[in-house]
Design a protein around this ligand. Structure first.
Ligand code: RFL
Ligand code: PHB
Length: 393
C-alpha cells in the first residue's frame, strides 16, 4: 500500500473508537487514513470490554459490521447484584424495555478491521513517533515513521482516538485543557478461560473480601474479575489461586457451579475516572479513552467511545457538506453524556468495592443502599436506565 499524502480525516489510534469512526465516515463518503502505533495482532490481543449498549449496537449496524455480532452476541435482559450470600436480579428489560449485548471488544475490533481491509481503506499499523501539527489553523498535518521512512499526511481534521496514553491530548497546550481525575486505591484482576459461564447473566458481587464480577464472551468462554491491590501482579497468581478467591466472594451454591479451567489470559487493570475538557481544539477532536476514562464497573468505556464517534462522524460529514454546526457543538454534546456515565460508573464502583477507608460505617452505608435497591423498583429503574445506556444527545 502506498501511504497517501493527504486525506480528509486523519485518525490516530485503531482501537474501537478509531476503527468505528473510520467505518462510519466511509459510509458518509468521507475519506480517512488510520494510524496505529501497535501491530494489528497486538491490538487484537488486548482483552477488554464485554458489554454493548443499544446505541453501540445501532452504530455498528450503521457502519455495516453488525452481522457477526447479531449471530454470535448474547442479548442480556438483566444481571444479578449479589451481597450477603444472596443474588438479586435487576430486570433491565422489564424496567426499561431495553437490553444489552454481550459481545467482546476483541470481536468488535476484529469485525471493524476486517471491514476496513475489505473496503481497501488505508491503515498504517506500527506507525512510530506520530506527531500532530497545525490543528489550531486550517491545515493540520500528521508526521510519523514507518518501516524506516518518514511520512507527512495533510488533512482537514485530526481525530485523536489514541486512548488514555496517546499523543493527541498530550499535544494540546496545558492552558487550553482542563483535567478532572480520580484514581481508585485498587485494581481488577481479570481471567479469561474456555469454560462455560457460571450463570447465563452477569453477576456483580459485593463481598467483604472485595468485589467480584462473573462475565462471559460466549456460552463456552468466561471472563471473571476480582478486586485486587494496585500493586498485584497477575503472573504471581496461579489460576487455582484466582478461582479460589473468586469462589470465596460468591454465595456457596453459585461458587459450587463455577467451571474452572486453564486461563487464556490473566491481567491487572487499575481503576480511574478521568475527563478532559473540552474535547475539541481547533481541528483536533478527541474521542473515546483519549478524552475520558471510567472505572469498568458500569461497562461504559467502549460505549462512550462509540457514542463520541457517532456524533463526530455526523459532524465531520456535515462539515464536508458545508456546515460547521456539528463540529462546533461536538464537545458540549459529548460531555453531557460523558459526565452522566462518569457519575454512574463512580457510584456503582463506590457501592460495590471495599475501599481502604470504608470502615464499619461505610460498610453499613453500602449495605443499606444495596438493601434499598433490592426493595425499591424506583432505585432499580435508575440503575437499569443507566446500565442500558442513556440516549445519544
Ligand atoms: P483504545 O482501545 O485504548 O485504543 C486506542 C488506540 O490508540 C493507539 N495509540 C496510538 N496510535 C498511534 N500513535 C500513538 N501515539 C498512539 N498511542 C496510542 C493504541 O495502541 C490503541 O490501539 O481506546 P478507544 O478506541 O477509545 O476505546 C476505548 C475502550 O478500549 C475502553 O473504553 C474499554 O475497553 C473500557 N472497558 C469497558 N468498556 C465497556 O464499554 N464495557 C465493558 O464491559 C468494559 N470492560 C474495559 C472493560 C476496560 C478494561 N481495561 C483493561 C482498561 C474491562 C477492562 C478490564
Ligand atoms: C467484561 O465482560 O469484560 C465486563 C463486563 C461488565 C463490566 C466490565 C467488564 O462491567
Amino acid at each position: 500500500m502506498t501511504i497517501p499524502t493527504r486525506t480528509q480525516v486523519l485518525i490516530v489510534g485503531a482501537g474501537p473508537a478509531g476503527l468505528l469512526l473510520g467505518a462510519l465516515l466511509h459510509r458518509y463518503g468521507v475519506d480517512t487514513v488510520l494510524l496505529e502505533a501497535r501491530s494489528a495482532d497486538y491490538v487484537l490481543g488486548r482483552i477488554r470490554a464485554g458489554v454493548l449498549e443499544q446505541v453501540a449496537v445501532d452504530l455498528l449496524d450503521e457502519a455495516g459490521v453488525g452481522e457477526r455480532m447479531h449471530a454470535e452476541g448474547l442479548p442480556h435482559d438483566g444481571f444479578d447484584l449479589c451481597f450477603d450470600g444472596q443474588r438479586h436480579r435487576i430486570d433491565l428489560h422489564a424496567l426499561t424495555g431495553k437490553r444489552v449485548m454481550v459481545y467482546g471488544q476483541t470481536e468488535v475490533t476484529r469485525d471493524l478491521m476486517d471491514a476496513r481491509r475489505a473496503a481497501g481503506l488505508p491503515s498504517v499499523y506500527e506507525a512510530d513517533g506520530v506527531s500532530v501539527h497545525g490543528f489550531d489553523g486550517a491545515r493540520p498535518s500528521v508526521r510519523f515513521h514507518h518501516q524506516g521512512a518518514t511520512h507527512e499526511i495533510k488533512c482537514d481534521f485530526i481525530a485523536g482516538c489514541d486512548g488514555f496514553h496517546g499523543v493527541c491530548r498530550a499535544s494540546v497546550p496545558e492552558a487550553a485543557i482542563q483535567r478532572y481525575e480520580k484514581v481508585y486505591p485498587f485494581g481488577w484482576m481479570g481471567l479469561l478461560a474456555d469454560v462455560p459461564p457460571v450463570s447465563h447473566e452477569l453477576i456483580y458481587a459485593n463481598h467483604e473480601r472485595g468485589f467480584a464480577l462473573c462475565s462471559m464472551r460466549s456460552a463456552t468462554r468466561s471472563r471473571y474479575y476480582v478486586q485486587c491491590a494496585l500493586d498485584e501482579h497477575a503472573e504471581r497468581w496461579s489460576d487455582d489461586a484466582f478461582w479460589q478467591e473468586l469462589k470465596r466472594r460468591l454465595p456457596p451454591d453459585t461458587a459450587a457451579q463455577v467451571h474452572t479451567g486453564a486461563s487464556i489470559e490473566k491481567s491487572v487493570a487499575p481503576l480511574r475516572s478521568f475527563v478532559a475538557e473540552p474535547m475539541r481544539f481547533g481541528r483536533l477532536m478527541l474521542a473515546g479513552d483519549a478524552a475520558h476514562i471510567v472505572p469498568p464497573t458500569g461497562a461504559k468505556g467502549l460505549n462512550l467511545a462509540a457514542g463520541d464517534v457517532g456524533l463526530l462522524s455526523r459532524a465531520l460529514a456535515e462539515f464536508s457538506r458545508g456546515s460547521a454546526a456539528g463540529i462546533d457543538s461536538y464537545s458540549q454534546r459529548c460531555l453531557q453524556r460523558v459526565w452522566k456515565a462518569e457519575r454512574f460508573s463512580w457510584w456503582f464502583t463506590s457501592l460495590m468495592h471495599r475501599f481502604p477507608d470504608t470502615g464499619e460505617f461505610g460498610q453499613k452505608m453500602q449495605h443499606a443502599e444495596l438493601e434499598y435497591i433490592v426493595g425499591s423498583t424506583a432505585a432499580q429503574t435508575a440503575i437499569a436506565e443507566n446500565y442500558v445506556g442513556l440516549p445519544l444527545g
